[in-house]
Design a protein around this ligand. Structure first.
Ligand code: FAD
Length: 308
């Protein structure tokens, strides 16, 4: 229920306008967001890289409403790719198609993302663009985009998809992506979806996650297991050991600011870890979804607000 409440709040435009403009809002969001500028993301990435982890940089934003905003997002992502090269960062980028103008003009969004993948493919070492997965109205469109981008000669290894374990359709989507060797990030899913298309109970989502995770781990492609769930991480480790899957054949992924202890422990034990680092002025929907995932986060934020 709490999760549904925060996902609902994440879509409230008035609250969003107020929060993103207020100084307190920006300070509170610092728990999960690296800052507002590319330089902030670079600093956070350098620090995470120093502790032996790779990074995926995400410029926060979704559902832009005009072509100028989409082109602005595109320029920012080109600058992030430049910053990765200039600062020798061990990082790739994650983006949302609605941030690249999918709702405004599909063709434009396609050109923008294609331009970013071309740039990533030309980087030394080669870069990578992860297309985040949004709510279910975008699932098929997003997967079609990734399939199409991946088919372009020279783009293999440079673009990947995200699969949400709470969706009932995901096993069939996984099969199609794997048949073309497309890299997948597996997550549980962060949006509010109807019971007709999504598992509702945590045990069902977890069971589907583990089933899909084993399929990914047995495939020949390099995938990301995005979760902070210790039970699932233990299952993955046990499966890797019993199936003799090398520790560098896949990676764990976690969000910036969440379970740093677990991130460091995994790296110490020789597992690969990538941290997803979001930055930007449009942090509100992302932040609200994170609060909804754990009641303690809302309490933490409320306590800090009282202190200021
Ligand atoms: P949960 O069952 O939610 O949590 C397990 C445990 O992890 C909790 O008990 C708690 O200890 C810890 N934990 C989880 N969340 C938090 C939190 N916010 N604060 C503190 N502790 C927490 N979702 C999408 O829909 N599309 C995407 O493209 C996408 N990309 C992602 C990329 C990465 C790298 C990660 C890690 C997640 C991504 N997600 C995405 C979000 C994901 O779908 C989940 O909503 C989120 O990761 C919480 O699920 P969980 O697997 O950690 O398990």
């Amino acid at each position: 229920m709490l999760r549904a409440l925060f996902v609902g709040l994440s879509e409230n435009k008035t609250l969003r306008r107020f929060a993103e403009r207020s100084a307190v809002g920006r300070r509170v969001s610092g728990r999960f967001v690296a800052g507002t500028e590319i330089a902030d993301a670079v600093r956070a990435t350098q620090s995470v890289n120093r502790s032996g982890m790779s990074v995926s940089i995400d410029n926060l934003g979704e559902n832009v409403s005009n072509p100028e905003e989409a082109q602005q997002s595109a320029r920012l992502y080109q600058q992030i790719l430049d910053a990765i090269v200039a600062n020798h960062l061990n990082a790739n980028v994650s983006l949302k198609l609605t941030h690249m103008g999918l709702d405004v003009d599909k063709e434009m969004a396609r050109e923008i993302v294609s331009g970013l993948v071309v740039r990533a493919a030309a980087m030394q070492p080669r870069g990578f663009v992860r297309v985040d997965m949004e709510g279910s109205p975008y699932t098929q469109l997003t997967l079609d985009f990734v399939h199409e981008l991946h088919r372009v000669p020279g783009h293999q290894e440079c673009v990947g998809a995200v699969i949400q374990a709470y969706l009932k359709r995901s096993e069939s989507d996984v099969e199609k992506l794997l048949s073309e060797g497309i890299r997948i990030r597996l997550c549980k899913g962060a949006y509010k979806e109807p019971a007709s298309i999504a598992f509702e109970r945590k045990d069902e989502v977890d069971a589907n996650y583990i089933r899909l995770m084993k399929i990914l781990m047995k495939s020949e492609t390099y995938h990301g297991l995005a979760t902070h769930d210790e039970n699932i991480i233990r299952e993955a480790q046990a499966f890797a050991t019993s199936e003799k899957i090398a520790r560098d054949a896949f990676e764990f992924q976690m969000l910036y600011g969440i379970r740093r202890d677990l991130q460091q422990r995994l790296v110490r034990d020789g597992w690969r870890m990538r941290v997803y680092i979001p930055f930007g002025t449009e942090w509100y929907p992302y932040f609200m979804r994170r609060l909804g995932e754990r009641p303690a986060n809302a309490l933490f934020v409320a306590r800090n607000m009282l202190r200021w």
